[in-house]
Ligand binder design. Structure first.
Ligand SMILES: Nc1ncnc2c1ncn2[C@@H]1O[C@H](COP(=O)(O)OP(=O)(O)OP(=O)(O)O)[C@@H](O)[C@H]1O
Ligand SMILES: [Mg+2]
Length: 380
């Protein structure tokens, strides 16, 4: 073996910049167009929506870099389960930290803003975080506007906030007040695809304010590039069948591409990965994803959800809900309960609903998860 772990170019993880950012040109063009309109006096805000590990944080970091290079001020803040006031208070700290770093920005200090967030967390709680937020935004925007530059505020994982509807409404209120002064500010919030289902009925205007921008799986061509281009910098090559197999198994999910690529690289013999090496690598990658992701997912499911998701996974072809309900009934699950479970599992992204109208068909499209479910339910 010639390769070492430190040569491994693949980066499976969360919020880790990949060796090559594959695809995402369309989404980036949309984002850039919205920033341009914001700068021209028509602010446009975005909600970047996509299932777990689809690449939301990575894209935010990419966009931050692009905008910083263009001279804009970008504040990137991560949400975690906390009160609305604490979250807004933390954001004020992150905005002040951005103002303190000055301009031009140090592009190599990717962590600067997170230090701002950390500082903000130990600040005294404020009695009116919304007013402080407006004041902080105004300071930063006015500083930027003097140089004809915009302010982009990115908020990742906002669906972790228990009061997400409330937070989004307060951000919107702050932005609307700043519009009056014609200041170039754009918000980008990132969350799972169900964000607006949670707030829609009560906060319908939010969907129009934070315009959805959906992030899906990578195209096969981009997925191939995500694997082959990083290898060019190394002494390792994957056989064409191995690349095809990785692309097929990943189904365009960038996290799986990184994970499978990482373990395949590690299994190379004399700088080469043939299907035989990949077979071993796949088992290791699968065990790693099962342990990190699937075990907790399975543990968090109710007995009914487990039976229904297993019933969906038993077929590779999408099946109508009626079929699944009938199968679940044989296992003792009432059709009404099975229907509700299908809805719940779809909302969480564990299964996919295809077709529209009330005649939906369901499948577990994630091949790694399907395999996990098969192993889970064929045990005695
Ligand atoms: N366009 C891409 N090309 C190649 N790899 C990517 C791409 N986007 C993301 N990745 C990789 O996929 C993994 C998941 O990305 P990321 O953490 O950005 O997803 P996410 O949607 O923010 O996930 P989470 O649900 O954890 O918030 C990371 O290892 C990242 O390096
Ligand atoms: Mg993320």
């Amino acid at each position: 073996m010639s390769q070492t772990r430190s040569d491994n170019p693949f980066r499976p993880g969360s919020g880790i910049l990949p060796p090559l950012l594959a695809g995402r040109e369309r989404e980036t063009a949309t984002f850039e167009a919205r920033v341009a309109r914001t700068r021209a006096g028509q602010p446009q805000h975005s909600a970047l929506l996509g299932e777990w590990a689809i690449g939301k944080t990575t894209l935010l970091m990419h966009w931050r870099r692009l905008r910083q290079q263009a001279g804009d001020a970008v504040v990137l803040s991560m949400a975690y389960p906390q009160s609305a006031d604490d979250f807004l208070g933390g954001l004020v700290g992150a905005i002040d930290a951005e103002l303190a770093t000055g301009w031009p920005h140090h592009l190599d200090v990717e962590l600067g803003l997170d230090i701002g967030v950390a500082n903000a967390r130990i600040r005294r709680p404020s009695r009116d975080p919304e007013r402080e937020l407006r004041a902080a935004l105004r300071r930063l925007i006015e500083h930027q506007a003097r140089q004809d530059r915009a302010v982009i505020v990115m908020l990742d994982d906002v669906d972790l906030l228990p009061m997400i509807g409330d937070v989004l409404l307060r951000l919107r209120a702050s932005a609307l007040e700043l519009y009056a002064a014609d200041l170039p500010l754009a918000f980008v919030v990132a969350a799972s695809s169900g964000l607006f289902d949670a707030v829609r009925s009560a906060h319908e205007p939010l969907v129009r304010f934070f315009e959805p921008l959906s992030l899906g799986p990578l195209d096969p061509g981009d997925a191939i590039r995500a694997i082959t281009e990083p290898l060019e910098e190394t002494a390792v090559r994957f056989d064409a069948e191995v690349v095809a197999e990785i692309v097929d198994l990943a189904g365009g999910r960038p996290y799986y591409l990184q994970k499978l690529g990482y373990f395949a690289f590690d299994a190379a013999v004399n700088g080469r990965v043939t299907p035989a090496e990949f077979a071993v690598a796949f088992e290791r990658a699968f065990a790693s994803v099962s342990q990190e992701i699937f075990a907790a997912r399975w543990a968090g499911m109710s007995p009914i959800d487990r039976q229904v998701v297993a019933a969906v996974a038993r077929n590779t072809e999408p099946r109508p809900s009626g079929d699944i309900e009938a199968e679940a009934q044989r296992l003792g699950v009432q059709p009404g309960a099975a229907r509700q479970s299908l809805r719940r599992l779809t909302a969480r992204g564990h299964i996919t609903r295809l077709g529209d109208g009330h005649r939906g068909r369901y499948a577990v499209q994630d091949r790694l998860f399907r395999r996990y479910l098969e192993l889970q339910t064929c045990e005695p």
